[in-house]
Design a protein around this ligand. Structure first.
Ligand SMILES: [Zn+2]
Length: 388
């Protein structure tokens, strides 16, 4: 029987904990796991998932599979009945004393020792101290691109400003990779844009033309891929269902659509991490990681969101991608429960999927145990050079 309960975890994909979420009512805690649209549009609020919710929609928040899993697992840690009201009230009792101590309780329980964080926060921001263990930040591509588009008079000026800032972020400020939303902003099925073309569409992009902006985005994205080779850091890409709502079609986030771009010889030395396991195109993400030498798969967001089908999801990835190219993540944000639940469900999924492989004589138990440790922890150590 494989058991990974005591194995350390590095969460490869997470967002900051938000201090204002220390105390929440049961429905708000459940809603943290909702990634759809609200049904009462609020003209002042851009993000449709932050819109108001009718009684009807609020009823459904409580019945998402992942919320059931959270309640089930949290009741064991907190020693209370497996009911949303009971676990929320016990969690609030503890967070009211210390949100940081509560986060530490959960991270210790799941064994999370390090976190790769998608954030624009400065490395000394006290909010980062809420996350227990080692925190490693990514450089965010979009906010800088939009700022420089406003400030720059030409594409060359923008590109120079971008490259200098990225260089400093990695060399001086400790960022360990770049985060891009290519799927949401443009779609994966893109062709490289030449510098001459980028120069030509720059004025239109500056005045808000969305097609021109997409071209500009691709141009800066491919420049980023090349720069990351020199800097020796990976590029993280949301893939599949990313928890956001798209400008374009969700089908543009299928990892297969990326192959045309990524297989270009000049990009083969850039390490790419496909976040969210490409869900629901899990097998596609795994196949791309098998076929392309520079692609890894992060299984975050599947854990914890797809908790009721998590074993099958993990089987789909480990079936095809080299086990040395897999990492676990969470897509956590706001509250520590998400990252904690991701690590817990990852351990459950790996114990079952790898354990079955042992039972069927598809793997020896030593091989399976090592593979589990690699996926939970060691592959991330290797990816970010943490052992040095
Ligand atoms: Zn994400």
């Amino acid at each position: 029987m494989l058991d990974f309960a005591d194995v350390s975890v590095i969460d490869n994909h997470c967002h900051p904990i938000e201090p204002e979420k220390a105390v929440m009512d049961p429905e708000m805690l459940a809603r943290e796991f909702f990634h759809g649209m609200g049904d009462i549009p609020d003209p002042g609020i851009k993000k449709a998932k932050l819109w108001g919710a009718t009684q009807e929609l609020r009823y459904h928040f409580l019945h998402m599979g992942v919320v059931h899993t959270m309640v089930c697992q949290l009741s064991k840690v907190l020693g209370c009945p497996a009911e949303l009201e009971a676990v929320t009230s016990e969690r609030n009792r503890r967070t009211a004393e210390s949100f940081a101590a509560y986060a530490r309780l959960l991270y210790d329980d799941a064994g999370i020792v390090g976190t790769v964080l998608d954030t624009g926060l400065h490395k000394d921001d006290p909010i980062l101290e809420l996350i227990p263990g080692k925190v490693m930040r990514l450089f965010q591509m979009e906010p800088l691109l939009r700022k420089l588009l406003e400030q720059s008079g030409s594409y060359q000026e923008l590109l120079r400003g971008y490259q200098e800032t990225l260089d400093r972020a990695v060399r001086d400020d400790g960022c360990i990779g770049v985060k891009s939303h290519l799927a949401e902003q443009v779609g994966f099925g893109v062709k490289p844009v030449s510098e001459a073309e980028a120069e030509a569409i720059f004025p239109a992009a500056k005045t808000g033309d969305s097609e021109a902006f997409k071209k500009l985005y691709v141009s800066i994205f491919t420049a980023t891929l090349l720069q990351c080779q020199d800097l020796g850091v990976p590029v993280h890409l949301h893939s599949g269902f990313t928890g956001g709502l798209w400008n374009g079609s969700i089908s543009n986030a299928d990892p297969f659509l990326l192959v045309h771009l990524l297989r270009q010889p000049e990009f083969l030395q850039t390490r790419i991490v496909l976040l969210h396991g490409g869900y629901p195109w899990i097998q596609h993400a795994a196949a791309v990681a098998h076929a392309l030498p520079h692609v890894w798969v992060d299984m975050g967001w599947m854990t914890p969101w797809i908790s009721l089908r998590i074993v099958e999801c993990y089987r789909d990835v480990i079936a095809m991608a080299p086990l040395s190219k897999l990492m676990i993540g969470s897509g956590g944000h706001g509250t520590p429960e998400i990252a904690w639940l991701a690590a817990k469900t990852a351990k459950i999924a790996l114990a079952k999927a790898l354990g079955d492989a042992v039972k069927l004589d598809l793997m020896a138990s030593k091989q399976a145990e090592k593979a589990g440790r690699m996926i939970l922890h060691d592959n991330a150590v290797r990816m970010y050079g943490l052992g040095k």
